[in-house]
Design a protein around this ligand. Structure first.
Ligand code: HEC
Ligand code: HEC
Length: 463
């Protein structure tokens, strides 16, 4: 066996070992089946345009790598937001801004994860389900640190504006490596960065606050246009209280301290206003209106109590459904109970300074609003089901399925055109046999007749 093959085998073995044993188990005898998330006061009166501008030009990550390092390999320009100035020469998912000491730095922005490609078009607010975090990020972190030391030296302005980013990138690198194509480890990223921050003033500390569970859990990325309807954020409804503080969370990757955080979070009132007016894309093909009308009745009979009603009388019940009722993969909901992040968050600046936000985990998942659901495949919190047709007819769900790099959309089954595979060996193959990525549960569509299911899918195209 060649050396490369051996290294690869060892790598696979190490993954296999860390997958099965390290998933924490939580007792599930909760005595509730469905609970309502209460409404919390939110900040109003923000300016939506200013909010979008802040997301694509703003300094909310606080630190980053020097712009001059990007200069030599600027490969693409911003064809999505068509930004002005130096940002116009960066891809839409990166932002250059001035750090506190005046150095011009670059880092990723929210649209790395929150803009998705659909039939060749990038849609801001659609989750990116094609990101691949299966790489080893630790090497990149070490190389970046080394490169910065050699090129600029530790007493430079550039180093000062990079140091925080460098610390947190290094801390998160080993934890965000996933074992599933397309799965997004944002929760682990936050967990790793918060782990190295003093909860009160958010400064970097050498000593970790808690132990991070070994299993590399990750999820699909939800669309951003539902925020306006939701009382709590995230798949498990753990995000409560003031949304500006919750939205600001990605900043733990680089923001130096609570003084910088206090300044940046004010702008999130505008970001919230932008999110609240964001609309889902409209289904672009013809719809059989008569069938859709039948589907509306079936939907209101079978689905509305959890997912709400649409059209003239919009209602959304904001329900968390217990694992024992929805029966989808429990690992992500359980994970929040085994991680130190919940306790850290509730003792931190995020929870103890005004406006307050806090974490309240549940052994269940939010029944999400279904606006624009036609565009948001793959389905379920873990992205394990490629189409709506398969979601509503569980025997059709593939165990292993793969997509092309720039996959096209299936406007009949609603979702990604995929190939059913015999195993998970191929490229971009989703493996539903891995812990946390099971495709079981949500059997509510199975109870319908074939015609009823078809009509519901036709109706869902109209939302
Ligand atoms: C590394 C990828 C990544 C980045 C960067 C990122 N997010 Fe997210 N975001 C996610 C993932 C994954 C989730 C789903 C986590 C969950 O629900 O448990 C999420 C959830 C959310 C939600 C909750 C949506 C809902 O319906 O509950 C909001 C709002 C949000 N992100 C806004 C932002 C904003 C604003 C930024 C930039 C400041 C940002 N995100 C940066 C990956 C990312
Ligand atoms: C008892 C409450 C309940 C009922 C009834 C219900 N759902 Fe759901 N639904 C949920 C929950 C909870 C989730 C999230 C599960 C997860 O992600 O693990 C969900 C997820 C979904 C999703 C995927 C959302 C996404 O973004 O991936 C779709 C689509 C959906 N439901 C459609 C329906 C339809 C259509 C019906 C009626 C036939 C229905 N549901 C009935 C609770 C319910």
């Amino acid at each position: 066996m060649g050396k490369k093959a051996l290294v690869f085998l060892l790598f696979l073995l190490s993954l296999a070992c860390s997958t099965v044993n390290d998933l924490p188990r939580v007792s599930q005898n909760a005595d509730w089946k469905v609970k309502r998330i209460p409404e919390y006061p939110q900040q109003v009166g923000g300016d939506a345009q200013k909010g979008l501008d802040y997301l694509i030009y703003g300094d909310y990550i606080g630190s980053g790598i020097p712009l001059e390092l990007m200069q030599s390999n600027r490969v693409s320009s911003d064809t999505v937001f068509r930004r002005e100035g130096p940002n116009g020469q960066l891809p839409y998912l990166m932002t250059t801004f001035e750090a506190a000491n005046g150095a011009q730095v670059v880092s990723g922005n929210c649209f790395t994860c929150h803009a998705g490609e659909l039939d060749g078009q990038i849609i801001p607010g659609l989750g990116n389900s094609f990101s691949d975090y299966e790489k080893n990020w630790s090497q990149m972190a070490s190389m970046m640190n080394l490169g910065m030391r050699v090129k600029f030296g530790k007493s430079s302005k550039e180093w000062e504006a990079y140091e925080d980013f460098g610390h947190y990138f290094k801390a998160m690198a080993p934890t965000i490596e996933t074992n599933q194509f397309g799965a997004n480890p944002a929760f682990r990223l936050a967990e790793a960065c918060m782990n190295m921050r003093n909860p009160v003033d958010l400064t970097y500390q050498e000593e970790p606050n808690y132990e991070i569970p070994a299993y590399p859990i990750a999820t699909d990325v939800p669309p951003l246009w539902n925020v306006g309807k939701k009382n709590g954020l995230y798949y498990n409804g753990v995000g409560r209280g003031d949304f500006t503080k919750l939205l600001f969370q990605a900043s733990v990757l680089g923001i130096p301290d609570s003084t910088a955080a206090r300044k940046a979070v004010i702008q999130f009132k505008d970001v919230l206003a932008w999110l609240e007016q964001l609309e889902p894309p409209v289904y672009p093909k013809p719809i059989n209106q008569q069938l859709a009308m039948q589907g509306k009745l079936v939907f209101e009979e079978n689905c509305s109590k959890c997912h709400g009603t649409y059209g003239e009388q919009e209602t959304y019940p904001n329900k968390i459904v217990a694992l024992k009722l929805v029966k989808t993969d429990p690992a992500y909901a359980e994970y929040a109970f085994s991680s130190g992040i919940v306790d850290w968050y509730n003792r931190s600046w995020f929870a103890n300074s005004s406006p307050r936000s806090f974490f309240e985990p549940s052994l269940g998942y939010i029944a999400p609003p279904l606006d624009g659901i036609w565009a948001t495949a793959p389905y379920l919190h873990n992205g394990s089901v490629p189409t709506l047709e398969a979601l509503l007819d569980s025997p059709k769900r593939p165990t292993f399925w793969s997509r092309e790099e720039h996959a096209t959309y299936d406007y009949e089954a609603i979702g990604w055109i995929y190939k059913e595979e015999k195993n998970a060996n191929g490229k971009r193959t989703f493996d539903t046999t891995l812990p946390a990525y099971g495709n079981k549960g949500h059997y509510f569509g199975d109870e319908l007749t074939k015609t009823e299911r078809e009509s519901v899918i036709e109706y869902l195209k109209t939302l």
